[in-house]
Design a protein around this ligand. Structure first.
Ligand code: IMP
Ligand code: MG
Length: 172
C-alpha cells in the first residue's frame, strides 16, 4: 500500500475522539444511548469513541454495501447486515468513518428513521464536503478534509490499510 503522506496524526485523532466523547457525554446526560457502528470502516473509531462517552450505552452493528468502483460509491446502497435489535424509542447515534457523497448516510438515516427512534444523530470522524451529492451534515464531526482518498484508523483501500494508527493519503 503506497502512502503519499500522513494527513492526520495519531495524536490529532486522539484529541478529536476525546472532544467528540465529551460533547456526546454532555448532550446525552441522563439518557441511554444506542451507538450504531457502520462496518467495517467505523469499527476502530467507534471502539475508541465509546470509551470517551461517560453515559450508559449499548452498541450494535450494521453493514451496508454500495456497488461501484473502489474509490467511489455508486449510489445504490443495500443492507448487508442489519441490527440485532429494535431501535424504536431509543436515542441513536450512527457512527461512521467518513462522509463523502453522503449517499450511504442519507440512505441509512432514512432507513433508521422509519423504525421510530426517539432521536437520531450522526457522528462521523471525517467529512469531505466538497464531494457531497446529498443534503447531509454530520451532527458530530471529527475533522473536515479536502478531496483526498485516505486510509488508516479503520478506513481502507480495497480492504488494505485499516490497521494504520494514523490517517494517510493514498498514492494514486
Ligand atoms: P458516501 O456514500 O459517498 O458518503 O461514501 C461513504 C463511504 O465510502 C464511507 O463509509 C467509506 O466506506 C467510503 N469512503 C469514502 N471516502 C473514502 C476515503 O477517502 N477512504 C476510504 N473510504 C472512503
Ligand atoms: Mg464505510
Amino acid at each position: 500500500m503506497d502512502i503519499e503522506r500522513v494527513l492526520i496524526t495519531e495524536n490529532e485523532i486522539k484529541s478529536a475522539v476525546e472532544r467528540l466523547g465529551r460533547k456526546i457525554t454532555e448532550d446525552y446526560s441522563g439518557l441511554n444511548v444506542l451507538i450504531i457502528c457502520v462496518l467495517k470502516g467505523a469499527a476502530i473509531f467507534m471502539s475508541d469513541l465509546i470509551r470517551q462517552i461517560k453515559a450508559p450505552l449499548e452498541i450494535d452493528f450494521m453493514s451496508l454495501s454500495s456497488y461501484g468502483a473502489a474509490m467511489e460509491s455508486s449510489g445504490e446502497v443495500t443492507v448487508k447486515k442489519d441490527l440485532d435489535k429494535d431501535i424504536s424509542g431509543k436515542h441513536v447515534i450512527i457512527v461512521e468513518d467518513i462522509v463523502d457523497t453522503g449517499i450511504t448516510l442519507a440512505f441509512l438515516k432514512e432507513n433508521l428513521l422509519a423504525r421510530g427512534p426517539a432521536s437520531l444523530k450522526i457522528c462521523a470522524l471525517l467529512d469531505k464536503p466538497s464531494r457531497r451529492k446529498t443534503e447531509l451534515t454530520p451532527d458530530y464531526l471529527g475533522m473536515t478534509i479536502d478531496d483526498h482518498f485516505v486510509i488508516g484508523y479503520g478506513l481502507d483501500f480495497n480492504e488494505r490499510g485499516r490497521e494504520l494508527p494514523y490517517i494517510a493519503i493514498v498514492k494514486q
